[in-house]
Design a protein around this ligand. Structure first.
Ligand code: NAD
Length: 326
């Protein structure tokens, strides 16, 4: 059987890490190459159960390093690229936008140029619903693939810029691409600066849980394994050149999310501490995933089953998170 080589950028991070494990275990005959710079958000500890598998490989490299990336592409001759590597935290982008433009925009362009030169069967660009900006609170409105790109944070602006570059390389050079735009993910190995892991770990440690503003901002939540399955389906069946929205119809206010976790762990709501709102805080995101559902995908987890599994995972896996300064 011919060996298929899949390059996963950002495979030491949260979603990329889950995707690497999913692919290594599901497709023993595919070779998965995790390329990651190991920034603060990346770690290899999470791969202790797969690191010795023959179809898992790690390459430490920075996607901004054009010379290195080109020599890696030339050497390995990948069949597919699934591009997760990015600076991903909105608050950090508000404090220091520059690294977001470097990694998310210029880094993506380096990869596109490498794909253009060396060729692949498909390049999947993993993006976010945040590129669409914010929705009002009318529960009947959703982002579709045709919604205008109106990003509001430096993070989402850098992702939107990279989406447009990917689109332009498809239109101009016919590079075989898909762009995916997913709602907020949660699950194992999530860096604890993000709402759900931060809340679980703070509550487990009986520490205050900060909530921005009035806590009524709405996010559409998807369990990370459902995202991995969607990407698997798009890799194999997605029509070249298409954008796919990925979401699970799980809208919750931030305060609902935090209260659900507190309730699950049997702790008091006195742990909640309201803090001044995030600058430019988007009110609501919600995804219409109908196009992807037509391919046959639907999420396996509800918010209730996914959050229960996630909380239990953090309870059981202190070895992974105890080094973080909460
Ligand atoms: P993350 O911050 O957990 O992981 C990012 C990974 O990229 C880390 O391992 C980091 O070391 C690596 N990286 C950063 N800069 C790099 C560089 N210059 N070169 C090589 N590697 C580099 O992020 P995540 O939450 O797993 O998100 C992954 C992707 O999914 C991002 O592109 C993000 O925009 C997108 N996304 C995230 C969500 C979410 O809810 N977290 C939702 C939709 C889309």
């Amino acid at each position: 059987m011919e060996t298929i080589k899949i390059l996963v950028t950002g495979g030491a991070g949260f979603i990329g890490g889950n995707f690497v494990q999913y692919m290594v275990n599901k497709y023993p005959h595919y070779h998965i190459y995790n390329l990651d710079a190991l920034t603060y958000a990346g770690d290899l500890l999470k791969h202790r159960d797969i690191e010795k598998k023959e179809n898992y490989h790690f390459i430490q490299a920075n996607i901004i390093d054009r010379k290195r990336i080109f020599s890696i592409f030339e050497g390995f001759k990948f069949d597919y690229v699934v591009h997760f590597a990015a600076e991903s935290h909105v608050d950090r982008s508000i404090r220091d936008p520059e690294i977001f433009v470097r990694t998310n925009v210029l880094g993506t362009q380096v990869l596109l140029d490498a794909v253009k030169q060396f060729g692949v069967t498909k390049f999947i660009h993993v993006s976010t619903d945040e590129v669409y900006g914010e929705l009002d609170l009318d529960p009947h409105t959703f982002f579709t693939e045709e919604s205008p790109l109106q990003p509001n944070s430096p993070y989402s602006a850098s992702k939107a810029a990279s989406d447009l570059l990917v689109r332009s390389y498809y239109e101009t050079y016919q590079i075989p691409i898909n762009i995916t735009r997913c709602s907020n993910n949660y699950g194992p190995f999530h860096y604890p600066e993000k709402l759900i892991p931060l809340t679980i770990l703070r509550v487990l440690n009986n520490r205050k849980v900060p909530i921005y503003g009035d806590g009524k901002n709405i996010r559409d939540w998807l369990y990370v394994m459902d995202h991995c399955q969607a990407l698997d389906m798009i890799l194999h069946q997605g029509k070249i050149g298409e954008v796919y929205n990925i979401g699970g119809h799980n809208e919750r206010t931030n305060i609902e999310v935090v209260k659900t976790i507190i309730d699950h762990l049997g702790k008091s709501e006195n742990l909640i501490e309201f803090v001044p709102d995030r600058l430019g805080h988007d009110k609501r995101y919600a995804i219409n995933p109908a196009k992807l559902e037509k391919l046959g995908w639907k999420p396996f987890y509800t918010f209730e089953t996914g959050i229960a599994q996630t909380i239990q995972w953090y309870v059981d896996n202190k070895w992974w998170w105890e080094r973080f300064d909460l």
